[in-house]
Design a protein around this ligand. Structure first.
Ligand SMILES: Nc1nc2c(c(=O)[nH]1)N[C@H]1C(S)=C(S)[C@@H](COP(=O)(O)OP(=O)(O)OC[C@H]3O[C@@H](n4cnc5c(=O)[nH]c(N)nc54)[C@H](O)[C@@H]3O)O[C@H]1N2
Ligand SMILES: Nc1nc2c(c(=O)[nH]1)N[C@H]1C(S)=C(S)[C@@H](COP(=O)(O)OP(=O)(O)OC[C@H]3O[C@@H](n4cnc5c(=O)[nH]c(N)nc54)[C@H](O)[C@@H]3O)O[C@H]1N2
Ligand code: SF4
Ligand SMILES: [Mo]
Length: 729
């Protein structure tokens, strides 16, 4: 199967050959950089808000960052991570050359040629013995859409893989399934202006102030003195800033939301006209929620009996009510139905398709939305369906490939891939821009599982990540600012991210790594249309044609730069009316009958309940505005490091602290059935008695978490497990 790749037949150093791959002259900087003291606008590479940053260039050096003043998303603002975006790129642990594990078990620098030969011979060797599906990939919501799509196409159409999933499974899978089932397509309906236009804003399981601080700034610009309701077991930064905090018992959201629906239905606080014209299943839903009396809801949520009535009254009083949710919903054992319980409230009150309304999932990573449409994992490229012959034909046609190369089924989800490694069904794994040895649920088995692989390839900016340290081969990747392409933000805005500096050493843009792999694999010809990120963007546009996410109307990167990004849908045949757009203004949803569906199910008990031995419910999540996930990037900024505690800390209530004889600053042992860790105690009334909170940014946190999953989205339920806390010896 292996044949001599086209590239290495060229003369001259590899970097010169790679210019041919990327199609960019001289692997150089954007044209703007050629002029002294120019500025390049670039969408930030951390969160899904999608702020645009102006990068100041002196000669060919990027010297500073300021938030773009005229970009419709951030309006001149950025959070500390954005301000420090350049500073993390020069860290000493950047991967600057491929590293291959030698016979003595040490990672040694090798050339790209040696790295690619090892990659191909090991992966093809595994496939030759165990079949094409014995290798898989895990990718990310943090590379540009052009790269995601090339990876997905290469792995599945070129390399014969069937299984490949992304860290978006940990993050957005729930919203994807909830929307698809309810609306007929994965379509968050809002535009950020809705934050400013609502008179009631309901945030469920979202700590917007630290996780999407610029979106919180949009809330602060709202001139309607909005009622801001935060539904979260913890008194978070966001809950403190809200007008009402609803501190429900963890994972009792479903009962609460059904109780509110019942109250609205009983009082007739519904939009009958909208329900009749645009939805189906409301009457069944109304009958189903009848049993969620205020008494039952109070028992399950540990809230006062009048909580339901108060919430319903505020929602009814609002003219423009928007509902927003994030990981407090998506990461639970009944996540999809909880998200749909939120969607149901918006539908029954007619709060959708108008300014300031919506059932709005806020995304996490800078390009989680891109991965939902273009990663070729759960969906076929362009939000299409692997099982649909017409979709397969369309994709084959756009890419100029044989339709038979396209699998007819989607990938296994992430946890099934991990299980597949354990069962020896998967023996080779390619990990791109994610750090599962820190972020995946239940680390004790995860690391063990990763070590069982015959060949683990990690493609990352840093050679020091927990996962890279386990790798057999590390491929050094360029990061944000070192390559170009597009991200899609939370409000469906396609934005451009620019190349403003050279990657260090021999690190390459993921796009170029994928092209190189294709050539060495022997399938380079199949990807001839993917000449450059810009050419790939044109393919993505054609793949989106006729889909709800149609972006054929975008006139290239230049238009994205000029217009401050463009939200989908942006079809070529319909001229754009305005800079902001929301979905469902005509009340038509994407199901064939045009109607949105009510979906519901009885609440189930927690997968892991507290016991006498493990009496405390552990929640996990984001700890501060300055920390990003597994900290590979943000820990490299001296400024950001000043903004959060260096050591892992556990938040518990002052009541529990006193009962355990612990004070803030003491060392505690936190133990679950799966593992234990040491953490500094932080006693805070923000956490309820019987509960604890650990930030996810420290390596140890996921030693404790319980591998339970939503049955429809297969998203991990990171936000509850039973633990015991005790004084550390
Ligand atoms: N600074 C910073 N910002 C980030 C990130 C980061 O790492 N750092 N990551 C980005 C990404 S990828 C994501 S996905 C988002 C996540 O953004 P968020 O979802 O806002 O962040 P989390 O802290 O994970 O979870 C939100 C809240 O859910 C609450 N919660 C836990 N259990 C329940 C429950 O049963 N019911 C309810 N109603 N709430 C519950 C937690 O107490 C927590 O306050 O943030 C993005 N932004
Ligand atoms: N306990 C607990 N665990 C959680 C969560 C939780 O709330 N609680 N949240 C979950 C959620 S929502 C998420 S999104 C995940 C995030 O989990 P991960 O994806 O594992 O976390 P990151 O640290 O963002 O990892 C991204 C990796 O990509 C690398 N990288 C960045 N840019 C590039 C690039 O351009 N190219 C390449 N090749 N590499 C790049 C970074 O150096 C880093 O190693 O964590 C999940 N884990
Ligand atoms: S809010 Fe998000 S997109 Fe904006 S600067 Fe901060 S991390 Fe970047
Ligand atoms: Mo996420």
């Amino acid at each position: 199967m292996f044949r001599m790749p086209r590239l290495v037949q060229h003369n001259g150093p590899l970097t010169q050959q790679l210019q041919l791959v990327s199609g960019q002259p001289g692997l150089g900087l954007a044209p703007a950089a050629l002029h002294a003291d120019a500025t390049a606008s670039s969408v930030c590479g951390y969160c899904s808000t999608g702020c645009s940053l102006d990068v100041r260039l002196r000669g060919d050096r990027a010297v500073g960052v300021t938030p773009a003043g005229d970009y419709p998303v951030n309006l001149g603002m950025a959070c500390p991570k954005g301000w420090e975006a350049l500073r993390v790129l020069d860290a000493a642990d950047r991967a600057t050359t491929p590293l291959l594990r030698d016979d003595a078990g040490r990672l040694r620098p090798v050339s790209w040629d040696a790295a690619m030969r090892a990659f191909v011979s090991r992966m093809q060797g595994i496939q030759a013995v165990h079949g094409p599906h014995s290798i898989a990939f895990l990718s990310t919501g943090q590379i540009v859409s052009e790269e995601m799509a090339l990876l997905g196409a290469l792995a599945k159409f070129g390399m014969g893989m069937l299984h490949g999933d992304g860290n978006t499974r940990q993050c957005m899978a729930t919203a994807v399934v909830a929307y698809k089932q309810a609306f007929g397509f994965d379509a968050p309906p809002y535009t950020y202006a809705d934050f400013e236009e609502s008179d009631v804003i309901v945030l469920v399981g979202s700590n917007l102030c630290i996780t999407h601080p610029i979106l919180w700034q949009r809330v602060m610009r709202n001139p309607h003195r909005p009622e801001i309701i935060v539904i979260d077991p913890r008194l978070t930064e966001t809950a403190m800033a809200a007008t009402q905090h609803v501190p429900l018992h963890p994972k009792s959201d479903l009962a609460l939301l059904y109780g509110v629906a019942r109250e609205l239905a009983i009082r007739g606080w519904i939009d009958r006209q909208f329900l009749d014209a645009h939805t189906s299943g409301f009457d069944e839903f109304a009958a189903f929620v009848e049993e969620f009396t205020p008494q039952r809801v109070a028992a399950e949520t540990h809230l006062p009996v009048d909580a339901v009535e108060k919430l319903a009254a505020v929602i009814h009083a609002g003219q423009r009510v928007s509902f927003w949710w994030t990981m407090g919903v998506n990461q639970s054992h009944q996540a999809v139905r909880t998200a749909q319980a939120i969607i149901n409230l918006a539908l029954m009150t007619g709060n959708i398709g108008r300014p300031g309304t919506g059932a709005n999932s806020i995304t996490g990573q800078c390009n989680a939305m891109g991965s939902r449409l273009f990663s070729n994992t759960t969906n076929l490229l362009g939000g299409r369906d692997f099982a649909d012959a017409a979709d397969r034909r369309r994709v084959a046609d756009v890419l100029g490939i044989d339709e038979a190369a396209i699998p007819r089924q989607p990938s296994w989800p992430y946890h099934r891939i991990i299980e597949g490694i354990l069962r020896r069904e998967i023996r080779g794994l390619w990990v791109i821009a994610t750090n599962p040895a820190h972020s995946w649920i239940n680390q004790n088995t995860t690391r063990d599982v990763l070590q069982r692989l015959e060949f683990l390839v990690v493609q990352d900016m840093y050679a020091s990540t927990e996962t890279a340290r386990l790798a057999d081969l590390v491929l050094p990747a360029a990061g944000w600012g070192e390559k170009e392409g597009t991200f899609i933000n939370s409000e469906r805005r396609v934005g451009f991210t620019a190349k403003v500096r050279r990657p260090p050493g021999d690190a390459l843009a993921d796009f170029d790594v994928f092209r190189l792999v294709a050539d060495y694999w022997g399938c380079g010809e199949m990807f001839r249309r993917w000449r450059s990120p810009a050419a790939a963007f044109e393919l993505l546009q054609r793949l989106s044609e006729g889909q709800p996410c149609d972006i054929t109307g975008i006139a290239g990167y230049e238009m994205l730069r000029r217009e401050g990004g463009v939200q989908w849908p942006a079809p070529a045949d319909r001229p754009r009316q305005s800079r902001e757009r929301r979905l469902f203004e005509d009340g038509r949803f994407y199901h064939p009958d045009g109607r949105a569906r009510f979906l519901f199910e009885a609440p189930k008990p927690l997968p892991e309940r507290t016991t006498a031995a493990y009496p405390c419910l552990l929640l996990t999540g984001r700890g501060s505005v300055a920390q990003w996930h597994t900290q590979t990037r943000t820990a490299k900024s001296a400024v950001l490091r000043k903004l959060y505690p260096a050591e892992l800390y556990v938040e518990i209530s002052p009541h529990d602290a006193a009962a355990l004889g612990l004070r803030t600053g003491d060392m505690a042992r936190v133990v679950s059935q799966r593992g234990e860790l040491l953490a500094r105690v932080f006693a805070t009334p923000g956490v309820q008695p019987g509960q604890a909170f650990l930030p996810m940014h420290y390596e140890a946190t996921n030693r404790l978490t319980d591998p339970a999953f939503d049955p429809y989205s297969h998203q991990p339920a990171y936000k509850s497990c039973a633990v015991r806390i005790e004084r550390a010896p």
